[in-house]
Design a protein around this ligand. Structure first.
Ligand code: SF4
Length: 370
């Protein structure tokens, strides 16, 4: 069963991640991927022990404030988008079981742009089209804002791998608004380069994301059925203290006291012995000096290669031998070829499991000085 109402802004955007309501456990759609123990803490109104840092709140608010910017950018690109009234957004509630519901506020709905994008949309408008510019069914559009690295991550891996909870969230809205899971659209803004892109996830794959979110939540529904609203009866932890989910969890000190970053084993941060501030400062200066020298050498190297290229061009040859300081060398033009993968098309064609076999992820750690 699904219901659609309009929630006042106060309730819409500041609701807890989970709460008990009319005997049911109601989970906020945007918290679908959260740790189930954290949802239980929220529902049983436990005190927050690790409040969100002001900088993170600013980032979050900046992201929310940019959502209308994405909507306008989509409209300029020929999309027909109806954004939610942010003062009274529509609220949809979807029943997961007779113990648990999911409630959320869709960002927007809309239609894919007609072939030809913005130009075709304007033509449709000029020639008095009665239907909204766009094609196919009305779809849920979930708007996200990401920093440059997270944006690249999303582009390369696709939303189902990088942010599966966003896909389940949009599928939930589709179910709530249209009574079925349709294709869904994730529109993402790169807050660094201020560009946006979208990904359409086919209905069948969106439905799978929703089903797996429901499966996770059904364990919490069972817990609610067995324990009522007992704050002492805690579900198992979904994550370990070192996971980012725990390090950003508002209940970390309640759940795993002493495990917040900085309180954990300090020797871990110093595997090679303590480095004094003075030694770090000296290392930074050495690094700066090396950078300056590398830049100067790079510039000399570029100038020398350009001269050699002009020399080859004047001689009308691709390759020639020339005496160097200690031996004769071959100087020649080399063609290099680069290959690009269109991740957007790849993500659209293959399901996440197939993609996971093709696009693999490796992480490495390094020190960056900026
Ligand atoms: S600290 Fe970690 S395990 Fe505990 S509630 Fe938070 S996310 Fe879950």
């Amino acid at each position: 069963m699904t219901t659609e109402t309009h929630a006042p802004r106060r309730d819409a955007y500041s609701r807890p991640a989970a709460r008990f309501q009319d005997g049911l456990l109601d989970v906020r759609a945007s918290a679908l991927g959260q740790c189930r123990r954290a949802l239980w803490y929220a529902a049983t109104e436990q005190p927050v022990t690790n409040p969100t840092e002001p900088d993170s709140l600013t980032l979050l608010e900046a992201g929310n404030a940019l959502e209308p910017v994405v909507v306008r950018a989509m409209q300029r690109d020929g999309w027909s988008v109806s954004a939610a009234d942010r003062d009274q957004p529509p609220s949809v509630t979807v029943e997961v079981s007779d113990q648990l519901t999911v409630t959320g506020h869709p960002d927007a709905t809309g239609y894919l742009p007609p072939e030809g994008g913005a130009v075709a949309a304007v033509e449709q408008f000029l020639f008095g089209a009665e239907e909204p510019a766009g094609t196919g069914d009305e779809l849920v559009i979930e708007i996200k804002t990401r920093g440059p690295e997270a944006f690249k991550h999303w582009q390369t891996l696709g939303a189902e791998r990088s942010h599966p909870e966003s896909v389940a969230q949009a599928a939930c809205y589709s179910l709530g608004l249209f009574g079925e899971v349709r294709d869904i659209v994730i529109a993402t803004l790169d807050t660094g380069a201020r560009r946006w892109e979208h990904e359409v996830i086919p209905a069948a794959r969106a439905e799978r994301a929703w089903d797996s979110a429901c499966l996770r939540l059904s364990a919490l529904a069972d817990h609610h059925e067995a324990c009522g609203t007992d704050p002492e009866a805690l579900p198992e932890r979904d994550f370990a203290a070192s996971d980012w989910q725990c390090q950003r969890c508002p209940y970390l000190n309640l759940c795993q006291p002493g495990e917040a970053t900085g309180e954990s084993d300090e020797t871990e941060a110093e595997p090679t012995g303590p480095v004094s501030d003075e030694a770090a400062q000296a290392a930074l200066r050495e690094y700066e000096q090396a950078q300056r020298e590398i830049k100067a050498h790079e510039s000399d190297k570029r100038t020398a290669l350009e001269t050699l290229q002009h020399w080859l061009q004047r001689k009308g040859v691709e390759k020639a031998r020339l005496g160097g300081s200690d031996k004769t060398r071959t100087v020649g033009m080399v063609a290099s070829r680069r290959y690009a993968v269109d991740h957007k098309r790849l993500n659209a064609l293959l399901d996440p499991e197939q993609r996971a076999e093709i696009v693999t992820e490796q992480t490495s750690e390094y020190v960056r000085v900026s």
